[in-house]
Design a protein around this ligand. Structure first.
Ligand SMILES: NC(=O)c1ccc[n+]([C@@H]2O[C@H](COP(=O)([O-])OP(=O)(O)OC[C@H]3O[C@@H](n4cnc5c(N)ncnc54)[C@H](O)[C@@H]3O)[C@@H](O)[C@H]2O)c1
Length: 332
């Protein structure tokens, strides 16, 4: 069996981590033969809660877990880690503007970027979940200059899963038969869920989702806003933000990075933009990507129609504005 890898989860006493830790410990993310040492990082007031999480991990009796390190100290939490799930962030409180949330959280990601730079392995793969995820990932990477920028990514896989599920429901097929749905841009209501290149795998081969749906009005006016606003719909119903599905998506995202994407399939990752598809350069923009040997590549040359171009410009502009705001907060 392989040597254990060290995996840190920040915000480890929170609700996403509560589900995510199980996926990691069970082998769903790094593979059924990959032992793990779990580093669980949270803030000092949460250490009591974290003790309970540690007890539950012990009681899972899962053979892949070779150690658990609960801590509020970044030098311990990030020490020598191979993979990092950056979940911990201040939650949005009632009456709080997106801007207020951004300033509180980018400071956390500046500090944790510096800590990753100092203590993590240089080969670490970092997935940012805490919101605003794309801009937090940008700041985290910026303050960890000794780790390649391409090792940082922001999670839009939850949006991808939501889009995939909605298309499967509309077509009356199992969700596992739908692939290649794209999320472009920011993990925010400006994102563009795009079914143009989505496929259904059937006994008679691959079929095009937009051709099967054959209804652009539904795709533009119902599919897009329903995916964009799904997070708010979950909060309205549950009175808490998505957690079980966010945890599953974080695992899906890291699994794609760690184990690669299957032939012919792509995955949406918020990664550092090179200006592909007219996106602004140097922001963490979600693109369709393939992954091989832990290196992602933006899928090139997909046709993009005018509807998508207009929406991508809006989400790109938002990312540029968020980045500028975040950089000014970090300089304060
Ligand atoms: N990208 C996505 O698709 C997506 C989806 C859902 C939620 N989220 C975001 O994920 C984040 C976590 O959500 P949750 O529901 O688990 O929240 P939560 O409030 O239940 O847990 C957050 C945890 O982070 C901890 N924390 C705060 N500051 C920290 C720091 N500096 N270091 C370490 N830990 C710290 C808190 O103590 C808490 O235990 C939020 O920002 C949420 O908006 C993102």
């Amino acid at each position: 069996m392989a040597q254990p890898i060290k995996v840190v989860v920040t915000g480890a006493a929170g609700q996403i981590a509560y589900s995510l830790i199980y996926h990691i410990a069970h082998g769903d993310v790094f593979g059924a033969d990959q032992p793990v040492i779990l580093h669980l990082l949270d803030i000092p007031p949460m250490m009591g809660v974290l003790e309970g999480v540690v007890m539950e991990i012990e009681d899972l009796a899962l053979p892949l877990v070779r150690g658990v390190v609960p801590t509020a100290d970044v030098s311990v939490g990030f020490n020598d880690v191979d993979a990092a799930f950056m979940v911990g962030a201040m939650p949005r409180k009632q009456g709080m503007e997106r801007k207020d949330l951004l300033s509180a959280n980018v400071k956390i990601f500046k500090d944790q970027g510096q800590a990753l730079d100092k203590y993590a392995k240089k080969s670490v793969l970092v997935v940012v979940v805490g919101n605003p995820a794309n801009t937090n990932a940008y700041i985290c990477a910026k303050y960890a200059p000794s780790i390649p920028k391409t090792s940082f990514s922001a999670m839009t896989h939850l949006d991808q899963n939501r889009a995939q599920a909605l298309l499967a429901q509309r077509l009356g097929v199992p969700v596992g038969q739908v692939s290649n749905v794209i999320i472009w841009g920011n993990h925010s209501p400006t994102m563009l869920p795009d079914a143009s290149h989505a496929q259904v795998h059937t006994d008679s081969g691959l079929l095009s989702v937009p051709k099967l749906i054959n209804n652009d009005t539904w795709l533009h006016n119902e599919f897009v806003p329903r995916v964009q606003n799904r997070g708010a719909a979950v909060i309205a119903a549950r009175k808490m933000s998505s957690a079980m599905s966010a945890a599953k998506a974080a695992g899906d995202h890291m699994r794609a990075l760690w184990q690669g994407t299957p032939p012919g399939k792509f995955v949406s990752l918020g990664v550092i933009s090179d200006g592909s598809y007219g996106a602004p350069k140097d922001v963490m923009f979600s693109f369709p990507c393939t992954v091989k040997d832990r290196v992602w590549k933006i899928v090139p040359n997909l046709p993009v129609d005018d509807f998508a171009k207009a929406k991508m410009a809006i989400t790109g502009k938002e990312l540029t504005e968020e980045k500028e705001e975040a950089l000014s907060v970090c300089q304060d």
